[in-house]
Design a protein around this ligand. Structure first.
Ligand code: SF4
Length: 305
């Protein structure tokens, strides 16, 4: 079967079964082609809730499928490849957060949305990379534990100096590999290019950027520029931008050998098809008490952000 034939089968099966395909922007272009909605992780879960989807196939990693389930408990949510997980989402155990809160009752725990539902259930508020600064500024207390990403946490701490932010030592293994030498080398090749980077990157890389933002912010910024843009995030973003823009070749991937998330790339078109027809993937379920606790942190994020 050719790729196009398989895509056609997916589109048919999607209609027959009333399934909505959500795809994170880091997914392979073929998967983006068959998706109903593409975007950042939290945007996708909000979209699933808005669409009141009965059945969703979430092309991304496990915490994203869990976020869909937190917001839409009635929606049957399928992760096409059960082993697609985000290593950063589990770099602190929920028990450790509970212990920390007992030892530090006046410190608020802020969790990046890239965490498991079990961690969301233990924290005081969630944040996305685009809402983190705004939300942390609005928190009443001064003392904050930011989990799990030390790089996003340090970016927030720099922008909200009035807070005392303790950083957990987690990191995204993809973005954390970037070095300032990667940027300097790329800028030598493209001296007129502006540089946009994700805040999951190390501080010395972020300091060299013209723009720092979440995936969706990077996409918006890149489209608005007239000239070349160096993209400092997972390479799916350049794959996404290039065919969607007339002059797509002006988007330059920083360190392509490093910026590839293996977990995000685990899902194939075959996996998506099998998930739709009920022959593959994993139905993601959450304990109802845990889901409700996790929802409190997300709702607080929505109120403050
Ligand atoms: S790019 Fe990083 S944060 Fe995103 S899913 Fe992969 S490992 Fe997790």
């Amino acid at each position: 079967m050719t790729t196009q034939e398989l895509k056609n089968k997916i589109l048919e099966a999607k209609k027959e079964t009333g399934t909505v395909i959500l795809a994170h922007t880091y997914q392979e272009p073929d998967i983006i082609d068959v998706a109903d909605v593409t975007g950042d992780s939290f945007f996708l879960s909000k979209k699933a809730a808005e669409l009141k989807a009965k059945r969703v196939v979430m092309c991304g990693v496990r915490f994203m499928a869990e976020s869909v389930k937190i917001l839409s408990p009635e929606t049957e949510t399928i992760l096409p490849v059960a082993s697609a997980t985000c290593p950063m989402a589990e770099q602190i155990l929920p028990e450790r957060v509970r212990e920390f809160k007992e030892e530090n009752p006046d410190t608020q725990v802020v969790a990046y949305i890239n965490t498991t539902a079990a961690l969301k259930a233990e924290c005081d508020v969630c944040v996305t990379s685009s809402s983190a600064i705004k939300i942390v500024k609005k928190l009443e207390g001064k003392d904050i534990l930011f989990i799990p990403d030390q790089h996003l946490g340090s970016f927030v701490a720099k922008n909200v100096p009035e807070k005392n932010i303790i950083l957990w030592d987690g990191y995204c293994p993809v973005h954390a590999q970037l070095t300032k030498e990667d940027v300097i080398e790329c800028k030598k090749k493209y001296p007129d290019a502006v540089f946009a980077v994700h805040p999951e990157s190390p501080k010395e890389v972020v300091e060299l950027a013209d723009m720092v933002g979440a995936t969706s912010d990077i996409i918006k910024y890149a489209k608005e520029q007239k000239g070349n843009v160096i993209i400092g995030t997972e390479r799916g973003v350049v794959d996404y931008l290039s065919p969607h823009e007339e002059n797509g070749e002006r988007f330059i991937q920083l360190a392509p050998e490093k910026l590839c998330c293996e977990d995000m790339k685990k899902i194939s078109l075959e996996d998506v098809y099998k998930a739709i027809i009920g022959e593959g993937g994993e139905k993601v379920e959450l304990d109802e008490a845990l889901r409700k606790k996790a929802l409190v942190s997300i709702n607080r994020m929505l109120e403050l952000g």
